[in-house]
Design a protein around this ligand. Structure first.
Ligand code: ARG
Length: 470
């Protein structure tokens, strides 16, 4: 290595084939250290495992292996203390670490890269990084669910209008509504657990693309790093980014769910709905309209969703035309992945805080909402059908009932028994109890429905599942 060369990164790290330095703007353009420093902890662990494997297989001596591992550990401490801050001259985190290692332990540092390429190295780092992030996101999903389960428990008997087409449809137990999000995020949690196994495969030892001439033991380093298996094909090992795409896909679905919930909170907090009030800790004011309290948290979650979808799309396009094996295009995977991870983590945290302490449901307003509409009309049809009137006939008749009520400016509960009976002789005094909102909800006792009995069962099942997962 031409360490004394006046060249910048070229002279430091590349073979003597290079005679002149990179153009400074190109050095900057080429460098990934500005973002891949995020991988440093994983790069150090990956290199320690590689060094141990080199010693284990006799490719380097045990003493050399120990020196490398200790030097790498020292870099970890320097980084954590803030004293190791490589600049753009290092090009990327892998060169930065190797260079610092050689400064710390001398020439033996130059042995670290034996039987390895940055191509399998960066793949290893990225998988170690993502594995840790997925574990964290799964934990955050459980934290979110804990808050939603706690709220559901408080609100089994609180009613909320249910909508289709954003038109009042049928009243619901508020717990049923909240538990729908527990189910969605449960699939997210599961999905992340499934893709974890395809993230957790070691490419280390694939070399640049074709393997290596050294008698390495890929299974040994994989086991040290907690990988479940090793890539069977070295070309695939260095150029596969399926795991990153799968992650962004799973992350996109988390964001779909959070964004739908965010949209509901935004609606609920509006004057028009008035179903929740936002607490000061989670809402902001307007710089000009003093009466306003804005739902910035759910709006940001809804907005940030687009970034994650964009990263998924970007990564698919990044990969689609790449010939085997490594191409520098792959350096572009990192910012997408890092931003996707941070966005999902940030949004999960914010929504958990919002539901834990940033909003309050307004039971009086919710109760008023479910009593002032025609969302019990299906129950009138069901009432008649239960008395033997064919459902379609009952349905048509109730249409007439609603029309009559609207014309008289009345709700169904305000019709007199004479009015009911003039519409159909099957109506009896028990019609009033049958269309009372609480009864309307309670009666939907089919499995998975909003009836209180079902909701209590679903809540108990979700709590048990949560306990097993945590
Ligand atoms: N910084 C590079 C990346 O992120 C590391 C791998 C470089 N490999 C290479 N053959 N230039 O992809």
């Amino acid at each position: 290595m031409a360490t004394s060369s006046s060249n910048s990164s070229a002279g430091q790290t590349w073979s003597q084939r290079f005679e002149s330095a990179l153009h400074p703007a190109i050095a900057l353009f080429n460098a990934s250290i500005g973002f891949d420093i995020e991988l440093i902890e994983y790069d150090l662990s990956g290199s320690q495992a590689h060094a141990k494997m080199l010693a284990h297989t006799g490719i380097i001596s045990p003493a050399e292996g120990e020196q490398l591992v200790a030097g790498l550990e020292q870099i970890r401490q320097e980084y954590q203390a803030g004293s190791f801050q490589p600049g753009v001259e290092a090009e990327d985190v892998h060169f930065a670490v190797e260079r610092r290692l050689t400064e710390l332990v001398g020439d033996v540092g130059k042995k670290l890269h034996t039987a390895r390429s940055r191509n399998d190295q960066v793949g290893t780092d990225t998988r170690l990084y993502l594995r840790a992030q997925v574990e964290q996101i799964q934990q955050q999903i459980l934290d979110f669910q804990a808050v939603m389960l706690g709220l559901a428990e408080q609100h089994v008997e609180t009613l909320i209008p249910g909508y289709t087409h954003l038109q009042r449809a049928q009243p619901l137990s508020l717990a049923h509504h909240l538990l729908a999000y527990v189910e969605m995020t449960q699939r997210d949690w599961q999905r992340l657990g499934e893709i974890y196994h395809r993230i957790n495969i070691s490419p280390l030892g694939s070399g640049a693309l074709a393997g290596t001439t050294f008698p390495i033991d890929r299974h040994y380093s994989a086991e040290l790093l907690g990988f479940e298996s090793v890539y069977a094909n070295s070309l695939d090992g260095v150029s596969d980014r399926d795991f990153a795409i799968e992650f962004l896909c799973a992350a996109s679905l988390v964001m779909v769910h959070l964004s739908r919930l965010a949209e509901e909170v935004i609606l609920w907090a509006s004057e028009e709905f008035g179903f929740v009030t936002l607490k000061d800790s989670c809402s902001t004011g307007s710089s000009i309209m003093p009466q306003k309290k804005n739902p910035d948290v759910p709006e940001l979650v809804r907005g940030k969703t687009g970034r994650v979808f964009g990263h998924l799309q970007g990564m698919l396009v990044l990969m689609k035309g790449l010939p085997l094996a490594y191409n520098k295009d792959l350096q572009e995977d990192k910012e997408a992945l890092f931003d996707g991870v941070k966005t999902v983590q940030g949004c999960l945290e914010a929504m958990t805080i919002l539901f834990a302490e940033g909003l309050e449901f307004r039971p009086a307003r919710l109760n008023q909402a479910v009593t002032e509409d025609f969302s019990n009309a299906t129950d009138v049809a069901d009432y008649l059908a239960a008395k033997g009137v064919p459902f379609r006939e009952a349905y048509n008749l109730v249409g007439k009932v609603v029309k009559t009520s609207l014309a008289a400016n009345k709700l169904l509960k305000d019709l007199t028994l004479e009015e009911w009976q003039s519409l159909h002789p099957a109506f009896e005094p028990d019609i009033y109890a049958a269309i009372e909102p609480r009864q309307v909800v309670s009666a939907r006792n089919s499995f998975g429905g909003t009836g209180f009995e079902q909701v209590n069962r679903a809540l108990a099942a979700a709590k048990q599942r949560w306990q097993q997962a945590s």
